[in-house]
Design a protein around this ligand. Structure first.
Ligand code: NCD
Length: 309
């Protein structure tokens, strides 16, 4: 039963529950109009303490397309946060006005603290360099729809694997399906944190490889998941400037890639994918953003426990 639950970490839901959400997301994507009244009379609150385009707009669009309404802030200084209000007090107040809340916060664990004080479902829309479970639902629906399966895939993750929360959540989620392998492509300084290697990959005996060059491994990949170097999480600007252009995927680097490999990116892109790649039929990152809205429609329906249409 998903009604009334929080989503803070990709492991919060069982595989069956994730499947339920993906199946509904797929159904919605085929006929969104059918769901246009599912959330009539319901209110979604978006509390964004950090910048966002896709996550906030796709949640808001999702709720509006379900016939519900939206309140919230995208600039915390326009709310009582600027007066020093704690997240525990903010969520207790929001819970009096809304039926479900989505929170993005620069501090790791902040949505979890909010959930402890909340009477309404809380969804983590990204907490610092930690997790981003709804981007993962987006990625899962994209992969399932475009590759036809979530198992037996070789997944290359490239870029800032240290601070990239979408990467951490995707590794956790994809590790639960059979026979997936990971190729982790990053500079030494931006490798996947040890706790993920230890507690997710090694613990579950999952095959993974750490390399520094895309060209060395591209022919093995079914999925290439590119990520941005997370400037806002660096302690030192010089280090960021040194590492920011570590990878620029262009047509020449794709030469040996499989014909049916898909290129994903949670976006925003900065420099890591040359615009010429957008024309390649393997480039699926804008399609991925569209799946994000459908899967969030499904998630809202399930957490609110409303009739599906
Ligand atoms: C990602 C994020 O916020 O972690 N963006 C998103 O939600 N699609 C990726 C990023 O900011 O690089």
């Amino acid at each position: 039963m998903l009604k009334g639950r929080h989503l803070l970490d990709p492991m919060d839901f069982s595989l069956e529950e994730i499947e339920e959400i993906l199946n509904l997301g797929e159904k919605i994507s085929k006929n969104p109009e059918k769901f246009s009244k599912a959330c009539q009379g319901k209110i979604l609150a978006t509390l964004f303490y950090e910048p966002s385009t896709r996550t906030r707009f796709s949640f808001e669009a999702a709720m509006l397309r379900l016939g519900g309404q939206v309140i919230g802030f995208s600039e915390p200084n326009s709310s009582s946060v600027a007066k020093g209000e704690s997240i525990a007090d903010t969520i207790r107040t929001i819970a009096c006005y809304a039926d479900i809340a989505v929170i993005r916060h620069p501090k790791e664990g902040a949505p979890r603290v909010a959930a402890m004080y909340s009477k309404i479902p809380v969804i983590n829309a990204g907490d610092g360099g930690h997790q981003h479970p709804t981007q993962t639902l987006t990625d899962l629906l994209t992969i399932k729809s475009l590759k036809g399966r979530l198992s037996n895939l070789t997944i290359g993750l490239c870029g800032d694997l240290k601070f990239g929360r979408t990467v951490h959540s995707l590794i956790k989620a994809m590790s639960r399906y059979k026979d997936n392998k990971f190729i982790l492509i990053s500079p030494k300084e931006l490798r996947v944190p040890d706790y993920i290697k230890r507690e997710v990959l090694q613990k579950n005996n999952i095959e993974f490889l750490e390399v520094e060059r895309i060209e060395d491994v591209i022919e093995k990949l079914d999925i290439l998941y590119m990520t941005r170097v997370q400037r806002e999480r660096f302690f030192n600007e010089e280090e960021y400037l040194r590492l920011k252009d570590s990878y620029i995927l262009d047509n020449s680097k794709l030469k040996n890639a499989k014909e049916d490999m898909i290129i994903l990116h949670p976006l925003p892109r900065v420099n890591e994918i040359a615009v010429e790649v957008d024309e390649d039929k393997r480039a699926k990152y804008f399609e991925q953003a569209k799946y994000g809205m459908f899967v969030r429609m499904a998630l809202i329906i399930k957490l609110l426990g409303v009739e599906e249409c």
